[in-house]
Design a protein around this ligand. Structure first.
Ligand code: DQA
Length: 145
């Protein structure tokens, strides 16, 4: 089964959106890096982005039976989505929450996460490398490293 790598609102603009915070790499670059990393473990990747909460919920529900793990950057939804919290609560696969920026040194509203209580691991502030670390953590849980 593949790893699901899910991205929330505004991450389609990665590369042009506040590069001083999120860097110059695009989501296409992230996808290429993640696929390369996953390949080292023999894992396939389903890589998705949506600006819609309900779409993310549907992918998480799918992942329950169709993924070996989830790497998710819920973006702004992190800080208020009970729906994503509840969808992840039903998942038995490893879930890694990734934030490109270090949310803890930013505005107070980014210090709360509705996702962290459901996450196997949380990675913040490692830049886009965090996604690759997320794949590493999933691989570790599957006994692939
Ligand atoms: C983010 C941090 C969130 O607070 C923000 O809303 C994002 C991106 C990150 O990757 O650093 O959209 O999840």
């Amino acid at each position: 089964l593949p790893v699901y790598v899910l991205n929330g609102p505004n991450l389609n603009t990665l590369g042009t959106r506040r590069p001083e915070v999120y860097g110059h790499a695009t989501l296409t670059d992230v996808e290429a890096n993640v696929r390369a990393r996953a390949q080292t473990y023999g894992l396939d990747v389903v890589f998705e982005q949506s600006n819609y909460e309900g779409q993310i919920v549907e992918w998480i529900q799918q992942a329950r039976t169709q993924a070996c793990g989830i790497v998710i950057n819920p973006a702004a939804l992190t800080h208020y989505s009970v729906a994503i919290h509840d969808a992840l609560e039903m998942c038995e696969v490893p879930v890694v929450e990734v934030h490109i920026s270090n949310v803890h040194r930013r505005e107070a509203f980014r210090h709360t996460s509705f996702v962290s209580p459901q996450a196997t691991a949380v990675i913040a502030g490692a830049g886009i490398l965090g996604y690759e670390f997320g794949v590493d953590v999933v691989a570790q849980h599957l006994g692939l490293r």
